[in-house]
Design a protein around this ligand. Structure first.
Ligand SMILES: Cc1cc2nc3c(=O)[nH]c(=O)nc-3n(C[C@H](O)[C@H](O)[C@H](O)COP(=O)(O)O)c2cc1C
Length: 332
């Protein structure tokens, strides 16, 4: 048994310290609903471009779609200019999101070329200016997601300037991904660094430190909490195809064996996920979105290769149902 404490982001109390990370292309309303059902108490949307934040149609409306009771929920914004980021934050706070999270971590080339996301790890003063503008623009908590450094051989100097500056500028907390921007998702995350960040700010109650990187299982979530002392951890790739991770983490923390879903339960979950995706995207688009989840769900099946191939070939919700009937047992 590992006694885990609730954590806070500003005034918001969150009952369990294993959260769902922002995941572009994955952490939509459908997937968040499923993770929440399995015990994820805090979730973040995928990143939204600041100048598109006020658009309420098409893909953008889907991206910002959320449930009426979906709280607490952070919305993540990516951008470059303080005034535009602040405008987006003000609008989204008015829409009812609970926390504004700012992305200074994205390593995707398109973002770097446009001086967004991880690119800004090279411009600490600009990051702090953005945090200050956003914190002044909204009356909900603001957090920022940062990596350890930009290039593999950079010092940690930029990180510390950003972290200290953001705290002073009014941010409520920081999410630390223990990799460099250059490293993207390769290699392992530096948990020792994440622990050092928590230790550096350990005397402060009003500053939440969350860890990200290699929280691939429920056991890893608890291990990061214990080893680094952070207030909370974020599961990202580990939750895709295993939304039970959150329930398993709660089990382990309570000293219970972690719940292992049988095929019937997997079937129910995978069907429910498709239903929620159809509600969100419509029957034509949902199968395309769901195929990449199917590939991950297949990992839990006794014949993962065959199931993966079957999910990849899905074109319609009926095809999806047929894969489940074939590999997960007929519905009763
Ligand atoms: C497909 C994918 C999409 C992601 N999208 C975002 C995003 O929109 N915003 C963000 O801050 N991080 C994003 N991340 C990073 C994750 O939130 C997380 O920090 C990273 O994957 C490390 O955690 P992990 O090793 O447990 O997967 C993404 C990661 C992946 C794999």
């Amino acid at each position: 048994m590992t006694e885990l404490k609730p954590f806070r982001i500003g005034p918001i109390e969150i009952d369990f310290p294993v959260a769902l990370a922002p995941l572009a292309g994955y952490s939509d309303h459908a997937f968040r609903s499923i993770c929440r059902q399995q015990g994820a108490a805090y979730c973040t949307t995928e990143m939204v471009l600041d100048r598109c934040a006020t658009v309420r149609r098409g893909q953008q409306a889907i991206l910002l779609s959320r449930g009426p009771d979906e709280h607490p929920l952070a919305v993540q914004i990516i951008g470059t200019e303080a005034a535009t980021m602040a405008g987006a934050a003000r609008f989204l706070a008015g829409e009812g999101f609970d926390v504004i999270d700012l992305n200074f971590a994205c390593p995707v080339n398109k973002a770097l070329r446009r001086r967004r996301g991880g690119y800004l790890m090279q411009e600490p003063a600009q990051v702090v200016a953005i945090v200050e503008a956003v914190a002044n623009a909204v009356d909900i908590p603001v957090t920022l997601k940062v990596r350890q450094r930009f290039a593999d051989d950079d010092s940690e100097d930029a990180f510390w300037r950003i972290a200290r500056g953001a705290k002073k500028a009014g941010a409520a907390g920081i999410i630390v991904h223990g990799r460099s921007v250059e490293q993207k998702y390769r290699g392992s995350a530096d948990w020792n660094f994440i622990g050092r960040v928590k230790a550096e700010f350990s005397g402060t109650n009003d500053w939440t430190v969350m860890g990200s990187g290699d929280v691939l299982t429920a056991r890893a979530a608890l291990a990061m909490l214990v080893e680094t002392g952070v207030d909370a951890v974020c599961a990202a790739r580990g939750a895709i195809g295993n939304p039970w991770l959150f329930r398993q983490a709660r089990d382990l923390a309570a000293g219970r064996p972690p719940h292992v879903p049988d095929l019937t339960e997997q079937r129910r979950m995978i069907l429910q996920h498709m239903d929620l995706a159809v509600d969100l995207y419509g029957p034509d688009k949902a199968p395309r979105i769901m195929r990449k989840f199917g590939i991950k769900y297949a990992r839990m099946h006794p014949t993962p290769k065959a199931v993966r191939m079957a999910f990849v070939a899905v074109r319609t919700p009926a095809d999806w149902q047929a894969v489940l009937d074939r590999y997960y047992g007929e519905s009763v």
